[in-house]
Design a binder for this molecule. Structure first.
Ligand code: NAP
Length: 265
C-alpha cells in the first residue's frame, strides 16, 4: 500500500510489524515514541513499531486505520482526547466516566477507547501516599477543571479520598480560589495541581492558592512532569510540604497502554 499524504510518517506500513503510535496535533516531540523505542530495544521486541501521526483533523482517524491495516492501536493526546469519542465504536468504563480517551485499540468490534491516565494517576498517587506521614489523608483539593482533572476526580474517591474541585469560575460541585480559607487548607492536606501553570510557556506561574498556609503536613502532587519541579511544587517544598511530579503517571499510563494493546495477543 502506498500513499503520499503529508501527515503520515511513512509511505509503506513497515512489513511484518504490528503498528502502534500517537495521534495529536502538533506533535513536536513525543515522550511515548521514545518510551516505546527504548522498550522495544531493551526487550528485543522486533514485531512492533511505534510512530507519531500528527493528523491535522480528528475526522482523519478512520482513514488512518484504513491506510494501515496492521495498526493495532494508538495513544491520543492534545487536542483530541475528547474530540475522538464520536469516531469510536465503544468506550471502556474509565473512558466513559471521564469523558476522555488516551488509548485506542482496534478490535473485532471496531475501535475501542480507554483512559490509562486514570491508572497512571492512581498508581503514582498510591506510591506518593506510601510516605509515613500520609496516613489519614481523606480529603483533597483538585486545582483546574480540564480533562486531566476529570481523571483525577474519578480516581480519588476510589482511593477513599474526597475531592473538592477548585476552579477559576464557580461550578455546581466546586469552589473557587477565593474560597480557600485556612480551615479548607487545613482539612485538605493533599493538593493535586492539574492546570497548565508551571509548564512552558507558563513556567513562572502557579495556581493562586494561599501558599503561606501550606505546612509540612501537606502533600502536593503536580501532573506536570516538565519542568521536574514547577513553581507550585517549589513553593510547597519551601514550606516543608512533600512534593511529587507527573513523571511516574506518564510512565505508568504508557505501560498500561501497552498492556491494553497486547492483552489478548
Ligand atoms: P487543560 O484542559 O488545558 O487545562 C486544565 C484546566 O486548568 C482548565 O480547565 C482550567 O480550569 C485550568 N487553567 C487553564 N489555564 C489556567 C490559567 N491560566 N490559570 C489558572 N487555571 C488555568 O489541560 P489538561 O488536558 O486537563 O491537562 C492539564 C495538565 O496536566 C497539563 O499540564 C498536562 O501536561 C498535564 N497532564 C499530565 C499527564 C501525565 O501523565 N503526567 C497526563 C495528562 C495531563 P478552570 O478554568 O476551571 O480554572
Amino acid at each position: 500500500m502506498t500513499t503520499n499524504v503529508s501527515w503520515l510518517p511513512f509511505e509503506k506500513e513497515p512489513m511484518g510489524k504490528k503498528g502502534l503510535g500517537l495521534i495529536g496535533f502538533p506533535l513536536s516531540h513525543s515522550f511515548s515514541r521514545q518510551f516505546f523505542a527504548d522498550k522495544f530495544d531493551k526487550e528485543n521486541i522486533q514485531d512492533f513499531y511505534y510512530d507519531v501521526f500528527p493528523i491535522p483533523d480528528i475526522s482523519l482517524l478512520p482513514e488512518l486505520f484504513n491506510m494501515y491495516p496492521n495498526l493495532l492501536g494508538v495513544n491520543v493526546t492534545i487536542p483530541y482526547k475528547k474530540a475522538v469519542i464520536p469516531y469510536l465504536d465503544d468506550l471502556n468504563e474509565e473512558a466513559a466516566a471521564v469523558g476522555a480517551v488516551n488509548v485506542i485499540k482496534r478490535t473485532q468490534m471496531g475501535l475501542v477507547g480507554y483512559n490509562s491516565d486514570v491508572f497512571g494517576f492512581g498508581e503514582s498517587l498510591n506510591k506518593f501516599l506510601q510516605h509515613k506521614d500520609a496516613s489519614m489523608i481523606n480529603n483533597a483539593l483538585v486545582l483546574g477543571n480540564g480533562g486531566a482533572a476529570k481523571a483525577v476526580l474519578y480516581q480519588l474517591p476510589k482511593m477513599g479520598i474526597l475531592p473538592t474541585l477548585v476552579s477559576r469560575t464557580p461550578t455546581p460541585d466546586g469552589i473557587t480560589y477565593d474560597d480557600l480559607t485556612p480551615d479548607i487548607m487545613n482539612l485538605n492536606r493533599l493538593i493535586i495541581q492539574t492546570t497548565p501553570l508551571g509548564m512552558s510557556p507558563h513556567v513562572d506561574e502557579s495556581p493562586n492558592i494561599p501558599y503561606s498556609l501550606l505546612t509540612p503536613r501537606h502533600f502536593l502532587y503536580d501532573l506536570i512532569y516538565n519542568p521536574e519541579e514547577t513553581l507550585f511544587l517549589k513553593q510547597g517544598k519551601a514550606r516543608g510540604a512533600k512534593t511529587y511530579n507527573g513523571h511516574e503517571m506518564l510512565v505508568l499510563q504508557a505501560i498500561k497502554s501497552w498492556d491494553i494493546w497486547t492483552s489478548d495477543l
